[in-house]
Design a protein around this ligand. Structure first.
Ligand code: ADP
Length: 856
């Protein structure tokens, strides 16, 4: 057995091996140790290998799913080795000591799950494959639980941002591709071949050219090849549901990098979960598929005005018509998760219940179609969804006739095909039913014949049907001519068989076996019909999700008096009465009110420098405006009284290092790497929020960096920008930067206490209130008092020397400083460029070198 185990373990390629033994999956050696500690189950041992006992643990087959879920969540991958023959078959094949043959039937990995128990309902489960072809990165991503597949290409530096958007639960890449993705599993480089990718996709979708799906680059096709190859490997040759691939155009979505997503807590809060995130505050979807689509929308806000307006129009229509919205949501609420049921069916892991879900989901879609079609004032997006909601009449009818109302998840016991669907099956069931009734009648007859009222006919898994009487009545049945044959003697009872009983029991078994086989055949047939219609069903699922998202957005907007944003191609950002949906909800839970604030950035006033005390609401204000932009471009209403938004192509959010947990590199290093990315990428259509940048280092360094970064964003990037800082000295930037203005969050000292008003006002902050905040936070009075006397000293010193910014009076302008630096470099360059090296003598070359050095 160990030889077989070790051979399978070899094939498992580093996955934990679940080795089927009877009713258990057993794990051995290191696998057992890992599983025992992750699952918190007993580690035992058996036999020995190489002189040492073999560590072992096991999980029961019937509850394996929950254990698998925990292992997958802990980052493990699992190979399932099943018995591929029965012990009888093994004995027949190779004698009495034969070992049952086993094979790996499936790999279970985070990105290739379809089971509801292993998936989060409201989150897409994405598998991504990455490769690089001649300096261009290709990314292929799919969610096999719904079949969506997307291809894109980007510069290798942009891979982390693309992966952050995708939020993949599993990542594979070509080995030796030189990509720095430590979390990715490596696959053979030859699997990532663009020709193979296009061949596979064409074969998969039965087309002679991919042109109908879009224009795919070589990098995209190579990544697709790697993805399909991996799926095939994991499914042991079976491919899951894959819909035709969609190209993701680089410019069609607002670019956000990983740091921006994390700091804005869009899909998950910094604590890790959904709680406290933007999506948690706005998700009012009534279906899981809707919630998944909403997450996708928020992860990839649009930049195309027409596309955004189309979504907004639908939301607005549903917002203005609460009755229609209520009707649609009631229908949606009853619709099962069609997409995921289809994913399981196509992956060959479907159950009768999944077929039932298709039937119910598709018929709800039909009702939705009727509701929408009855309306004359439909917006264009609703119009375009209507066809996708229907067209399954024949399939729904068939499934409605074929299946019982609530089919079971287990198909081996039958009982899911409805009566009346198949006359032969009905006859088999009748025969079994008749025999069961006949057996009941036999019991009465035997009681009478033997004069034993306590006689019973019973059934168990080992003996089948048998007659049982108490031991004291057994003699009568034991008589040779009684017509009963003895089977078993128990303590206090004796069991018999009889010819008539045996005949009826055989009829039941035979009819039951035939009935099961008939149901199995129907299951295969119904499954094949669903698989044949998979693309149309997936489109219906997508249309349901889109309507749910729009209705949910409308619901949320109505709940919070949100407004329809107005989007345009210019570069203004005017938000009146804006609010932060997450902070507002948190305050509301404590019975406190959120103070709404305006943000009015225009091309002539595009950088706001915001000061004021800690806890005054600076971060909240910065983020609420970024979130409003995301919500608007995702196609939803926004928490404000009015919003005019010039479409943002890139959004950047940075938080000074002190707020950021270290991620291996020093926090200040992280802060500067992220800031460098903004300075390199942000442009006039971008929106940047910078929260206390420069805080992660010493005061002088920090002020100097904050100063230079603000200037650069103002002069060179020319982006819309909100810049929160506690350096008062930065206020002097307003003297030289004409599109920069000063703002502060207001605070008052009242009877010695600090009152934070959370209200934004124009002008520089008057003072920092640091000590007042400390007192508010409960720092002991003697410490605050001591700090006050230190502060007095410091301020006296500042008055005498001119303070931190004293030396800045004759600082040249940012642009002038850059130009000067560039000019010098250019003079040297010109000289170098003009040298004709071949005409120089060694002596002359040496002199020239001295010259150049001097000039430098
Ligand atoms: P800062 O960045 O100035 O230190 P924060 O934005 O972190 O301040 O805000 C601190 C706290 O103040 C928040 O957690 C919230 O409870 C409260 N707050 C912030 N903005 C508002 C607002 N507009 N209305 C009401 N309370 C607010």
């Amino acid at each position: 057995m160990m030889a077989q185990y070790l051979a399978l373990k070899q094939q498992a390629e580093g996955c934990l091996l679940f080795y089927r033994m009877g009713d258990f999956f057993e794990l051995f050696f290191e696998d057992a140790k890992i599983a025992a500690s992750v699952l918190d189950i007993a580690l035992t041992s058996r036999g020995e290998h190489g002189g040492a006992p073999i560590p072992m643990c096991g999980v029961p087959v019937h509850s394996a799913e929950s254990y698998l879920a925990r292992l997958i969540r802990a980052g493990c991958r699992v190979a399932i080795a099943e018995q591929t023959e029965t012990p009888e078959e093994a004995r027949k094949r190779a004698g009495s000591k034969a070992l049952v043959a086993r094979d790996i039937v499936r790999f279970v990995t985070a990105g290739t799950l379809t089971e509801d128990a292993l998936l989060e309902p409201r989150r897409a489960n994405v598998l991504a494959a990455v490769c690089a072809v001649r300096g261009v990165a290709g990314i292929a991503a799919c969610d096999i639980s719904t079949g969506r597949m997307e291809l894109e290409e980007c510069a290798p530096e942009a891979i982390p941002a693309a992966l952050a958007r995708l939020g993949a639960t599993e990542l594979v890449m070509a080995e030796d591709s030189g990509l720095d993705l430590p979390e990715a599993g490596e696959r053979p480089a030859r699997a990532f071949d663009s020709q193979r990718g296009s061949d596979r996709l064409m074969a998969l979708h039965g087309v002679a050219t991919l042109d109908g799906f879009g224009a795919f680059s070589r990098a995209m096709l190579a990544a697709a090849a790697g993805l399909i190859d991996y799926l095939e490997h994991v499914g042991r040759g079976n491919l899951p549901l894959l819909l035709p691939p969609v190209v993701r155009e680089a410019g069609a979505f607002m670019a956000m990098d990983e740091a921006t997503r994390a700091s804005l807590e869009i899909l998950s809060a910094s604590s890790g979960g959904r709680k406290g995130s933007l999506i948690e505050a706005i998700d009012r979807c009534v279906t899981s598929a809707g919630a998944r689509l909403l997450a996708e929308d928020l992860a990839a806000p649009l930049t195309d005005l027409a596309a955004i307006r189309a979504r907004l129009e639908l939301v607005s229509w549903l917002h203005d018509d609460p009755l229609l919205r209520g009707d649609l949501r009631a229908v949606l609420r009853a619709a099962p998760d069609v997409g995921r049921a289809l994913g399981r069916i196509v992956a060959g892991r479907g159950s009768p219940r999944d077929l039932g879900q298709l039937r119910d989901g598709l018929s709800e879609a039909q009702r939705l179609q009727a509701l929408l079609a009855a309306r004359a004032d439909r917006p264009a997006l609703a119009d375009s969804l209507i066809p996708a909601l229907g067209g399954h009449g024949a399939l729904i009818d068939l499934f409605a006739r074929a299946l019982v109302p609530a089919p079971p998840t287990e198909r081996t016991n039958g009982g899911f095909i409805a009566a009346g669907y198949d006359a032969a099956l009905d006859a088999l069931r009748d025969a079994a039913g008749n025999s069961r009734r006949a057996i009941a009648a036999l019991e009465a007859r035997y009681r009478e014949e033997t004069g034993t009222p306590s006689l019973k006919i019973r059934h168990n898994g080992v003996l089948g049907y048998f007659i049982e009487v108490p031991a004291r009545h057994a003699d009568r049945l034991m008589a040779p001519d009684s017509g009963f044959t003895h089977r078993q003697t128990m303590a206090g009872a004796v069991r018999f068989n009889a010819l008539a009983l045996h005949e009826e029991a055989s009829r039941i078994a035979e009819a039951g076996g035939h009935a099961l086989a008939a149901e199995e055949a129907h299951f295969e047939d119904l499954t094949a019909r669903a698989v044949a219609a998979r693309e149309a069903i997936a489109m219906t699922a997508a249309a349901l999700a889109r309507i749910d998202v729009a209705a949910g957005q409308a619901e949320r907007a109505a709940e919070g008096s949100w407004c329809l944003p107005h989007l345009s191609e210019d570069t203004a950002l005017t938000i009146r009465g804006g609010r932060h949906p997450v902070v507002e909800a948190a305050l509301a839970a404590r019975g406190e009110r959120f103070v709404a604030n305006d943000c009015t950035l225009t091309p002539r006033d595009r950088l706001w420098l915001i000061g004021g005390p800690n806890m005054g609401g600076k971060s909240t204000f910065l983020r609420q405006n970024a979130l409003i932009v995301i919500l608007a471009q995702a196609g939803g209403f926004v928490p404000a009284e009015a919003a005019e938004i010039g479409i943002v192509d890139r959004l950047f959010s940075r938080v000074g290092a002190a707020d950021n947990l270290a991620r291996g590199r020093s926090t200040f290093m992280v802060e500067m790497v992220e800031t460098a990315a903004i300075l390199a990428q942000a442009g006039e259509r971008s929106f940047v929020i910078l929260d206390e940048v420069g805080r992660g280092t010493s005061t002088y360094d920090g002020l100097a960096l904050a100063w230079a970064v603000a200037e650069a964003v103002h002069e060179a990037n020319r982006s819309r920008c909100l810049f929160a800082t506690h350096y008062h000295e930065l206020a002097r930037l307003a003297e030289t930067c004409d599109a920069l203005s000063l703002h502060h969050v207001r605070a008052r000292e009242w009877k010695g206490d600090l009152v934070l008003l959370h209200e934004l006002a124009e002008g520089p902050a008057d003072k920092s209130y640091g000590l007042a905040v400390a007192r508010l936070a409960g720092v002991p009075a003697p410490v605050v008092k001591r700090a006050k006397s230190v502060l007095d000293r410091l301020e006296k010193g500042r008055a005498a020397t001119g303070g931190l910014a004293a030396g800045l009076d004759d600082l040249p302008l940012f642009a002038a400083a850059i130009e000067a630096a560039e000019e010098k470099v250019d003079a040297l360059r010109e000289k170098l460029a003009s040298i004709d090296i071949d005409s120089l003598s060694p002596r002359a070359a040496l002199d020239l070198l001295y010259d150049l050095k001097r000039e430098l």
